[in-house]
Design a protein around this ligand. Structure first.
Ligand code: NAP
Length: 360
């Protein structure tokens, strides 16, 4: 279908977020009418960048939802033919009550979205999972490239308190179970570490990870960061007594051993969502990375491109046992997605951080 053609109505949960904003933008560009959900309709930081998008005046409708409030989700989904479910809880502080702070919103939220979609006659739901539902998976054969049939090890993640991967594994499993039991058409995208140009005013966790890397710090004070999250290997803890939770201490595992599997451009992640939504033959999971790579490869490339930044050296094997592959995302490649290479991902991401004043 050509761009700007009227495409129908879809809902994007988490539309205010880093990936969500790009998805809303590309959907509007393609002629879709979009119901985008935000957590707080009266917070300009969640709405203004969406309202400024081309086509938003006529074809963007914002809805306030809470993932645990079923009725709020029903209101956002009513009248749409497709749903993109991206909304997932952010972790502020280390998780003291994983169930309440992270697992319930992720898992019950997914079930709520799917139940509403089924009840309202939605044709297809695209669920945003993660490579965190694919890796860490130490029992995977060392001589086989990880692919869509690989699942992260739930027991290992639970034992190590890796609650973000646990939430993504269980939320994705809940989606597949719901789809099977209720005959709802569900397709899943599993992005790697997502980077590139930033649309919202706040930094999300994966872009914050890059910011920390180019600032040469693995444990430091971050000023004026809105969201903190455990994602893609990042553990961000608010300082006690700091108001609003806007000043944060960042503690990163330097190698992201349990989290990193490759990077991907935010625009490609948004495109992948649209491709699997529009292609009637798309089914199952879709690993979405420009290549399966190690965090060390990524850090080395950032260092090569930006020698003036004090990039910390990382050990050679940051993801022991992870086989590299240029065609890890073969399913999406076969559907026609030409991934933006790592070098361009880094350049676009760093330039965006610079233009927004996060780094000089
Ligand atoms: N970034 C990555 O590297 C990466 C990699 C793999 C998968 N993913 C997945 O991609 C999705 C989007 O991630 P992102 O990086 O774009 O993160 P993000 O910028 O933090 O966006 C998350 C979105 O979810 C919303 N949300 C969170 N908890 C909610 C709740 N209880 N009720 C309603 N809305 C809620 C947030 O609303 P507020 O903005 O109002 O908080 C925000 O719009 C997530 O499912 C994430 O797990 C991300």
């Amino acid at each position: 279908m050509s761009e700007n053609e009227e495409k129908g109505v879809v809902c994007v949960t988490g539309g205010s977020g880093y990936i969500g904003s790009w998805l809303v933008r590309l959907l509007l560009d393609r002629g879709y009418t979009v119901h985008a959900t935000v957590k707080h309709l009266n917070d300009e930081k969640e709405t203004k960048h969406l309202e400024a998008l081309e086509g938003a005046d006529a074809r963007l409708h914002l809805f306030q939802i809470d993932l645990l409030d079923y009725n709020s989700i029903v209101a956002a989904i009513r009248g749409v033919s497709g749903v993109f479910h991206l909304a997932s809880p952010c972790i502020v502080d280390q998780v003291h009550d994983p169930e309440k702070e992270l697992l319930d919103p992720a898992i019950k939220g997914t079930k709520n979205v799917l139940t509403a979609a089924k009840g309202l006659g939605v044709k297809r739901v695209v669920v945003t999972s993660s490579i965190s539902a694919i890796t860490p998976s130490a029992k995977w054969p060392a001589d086989v490239v990880k692919a869509e049939d690989c699942w992260a090890d739930l027991e290992y993640c639970t034992q190590k308190g890796l609650w973000y991967p646990v939430s993504k594994i269980l939320a994705e499993k809940a989606a597949w179970e719901f789809s099977k039991e209720n005959g709802l058409d569900v397709v899943v995208v599993n992005p790697g570490t997502v980077m590139g140009p930033i649309l919202p005013p706040a930094l999300n966790a994966s872009m914050l990870m890059l910011l920390r890397l180019i600032q040469g710090k693995f444990s430091t004070l971050v000023q004026h960061v809105h969201v903190s999250i455990l994602l893609s290997g990042l553990i961000i803890t608010p300082l006690n007594g700091i108001d609003d939770g806007v000043d944060l201490v960042v503690g990163c595992t330097e190698t992201y051993e349990d989290f990193f599997m490759g990077s991907v451009h935010v625009k490609d992640v948004a495109l992948a969502h649209i491709m699997v939504y529009e292609n009637p033959l798309a089914s199952g999971r879709h690993l979405c990375v420009e290549a399966i790579s190690h965090y060390g490869d990524f850090a080395a490339k950032v260092s090569e491109l930006y020698p003036d930044y004090n990039i910390p050296r990382v050990p050679k094997e940051t993801q022991p046992g992870l086989l590299r592959s240029k065609t890890g995302a073969k399913k999406l490649m076969d559907m026609g997605l030409e991934f933006i290479p790592m070098e361009q991902i880094i350049k676009d991401a760093v330039e965006s951080l610079r233009s927004k004043g996060y780094v000089s």
